[in-house]
Design a protein around this ligand. Sequence first.
Ligand SMILES: Cc1cc2nc3c(=O)[nH]c(=O)nc-3n(C[C@H](O)[C@H](O)[C@H](O)COP(=O)(O)OP(=O)(O)OC[C@H]3O[C@@H](n4cnc5c(N)ncnc54)[C@H](O)[C@@H]3O)c2cc1C
Length: 469
Amino acid sequence: MTVDVLVIGGGNAALCAALMAREAGASVLLLEAAPREWRGGNSAHTRNLRCMHDAPQDVLTDAYPEEEFWQDLLKVTGGQTDEALARLTIRASSHCRDWMRGHGVHFQPSLSGTLHLSRTNAFFMGGGKALVNAYYRSAEKLGVQVRYSAPVDRLELQDGRFVAAFVGSERIAAKACVLAAGGFESNREWLREAWGQNARGEWPSDNFAIRGTRFNQGVLLRQLLQAGADTIGDPTQAHMVAIDARAPLYDGGICTRIDCVSLGVVVNREGRRFYDEGEDFWPKRYAIWGRLVAQQPGQVAYSVIDAKAAGRFMPPVFPGTRADTLPELAQKLGLDVPAFMQTLNGYNAACRVGRFDHTLLDDCHTEQLLPAKTHWARSIDKAPFYGYALKPGVTFTYLGLKTDETAAVSFGGVPSANLFVAGEMMAGNVLGKGYTAGVGMSIGTAFGRIAGVQAAQAAMKSGVHHAAA
Ligand SMILES: Cc1cc2nc3c(=O)[nH]c(=O)nc-3n(C[C@H](O)[C@H](O)[C@H](O)COP(=O)(O)OP(=O)(O)OC[C@H]3O[C@@H](n4cnc5c(N)ncnc54)[C@H](O)[C@@H]3O)c2cc1C
């Protein structure tokens, strides 16, 4: 069987590519590793995409001009970004929503408590799950063939050209191919390799949970690295959040995040604080706490708050451990009570409370305490007390394939004529490190759409055009 365009992956980037290739007249086959009920990869867990706009637009307030978006990217990546590709993504984010609506995606204004994103981010009605469902419905209506439970094990390549893909022993040839199979965050062996063993003899990554799909094993990324494809990004970089330690190994999604860190203190399993919980606003800091917890013994920490914090953060899906006294809380959390009480008493005594305001970088801070808490420092003294055990939750990895404005995979600097890449598999070109909410979907949508068109054109150029089945 031969199609014009083979799309490998089943999330946002793959679906954007499949739809665009089909709209350009190519026959398209999409191979999704997951079974139908788990389709959609990490994209099914998302809530929004970041959009440039020069004036208020439907669900977006005020303006978010290109330059501001670019400066935000520059800041979070510390300059590890390709300006041309970043600007291409930013511009594409300003006009993709009409196309998305055309394929059944609906938007809604941001909900309260969603990190104040109403100006910059357009939220999907029904979340990412509804988005991928809409795209699958539209793809099937347009005649894209979709196969589930079809993990591609390897590619057949010849001189930088795609020839065929293998699902087990089945060989699937196509004139062009789009790779959109995500990062390698679900591959625990590879995470071990990237994170290594620490001085305590622990393999830290063994205690990480994967916030999204189990199917992003990085099989094709690995093969392409070995085949000499040009790469981008650091394998040890991953977007990592502190999540509820009770979260499942895979697919815990957004509701396992613990958002009360800045309202209390965080201690490690020895009962000691290790970082300034009030360094900056939570939306700017939540993504560093996964890594901070990963560096603690046992890769575990405990977020502790008192009754004053209640109602001031998005409630996690599971209730916290509750106690009427601090020693009782320490005991229930399995912590050494004297060590914990020494930390809490020291912290409480060091608080210099001014005018508490969680919406500002307020003047409530600690004095003569290491590490300091620089804002929102109030003593933890009002029962009931709550504690949440935290562990690192990996969102996605950054290592990917180097590409250009045509989304081509390149080998030794030479772009492939018929192999393209989109989404997390190439996001490192734009986002070398760090994160700004919603940009993953902006990158996947921009490059998925480009890759689809390019693959369709490459297929047409290569001769016989295969009509859609
Ligand atoms: C909990 C959570 C919340 C997030 N929230 C947001 C958000 O609100 N906004 C935002 O912009 N980003 C968010 N992200 C990041 C976002 O999910 C990614 O940037 C984006 O989904 C990447 O899209 P993708 O299509 O590249 O990958 P994915 O959506 O992960 O798709 C990869 C696909 O490839 C398939 N696959 C893997 N290997 C193979 C193989 N060998 N053969 C065939 N198929 C294969 C997988 O099954 C999957 O369908 C979030 C991530 C998580 C985990």
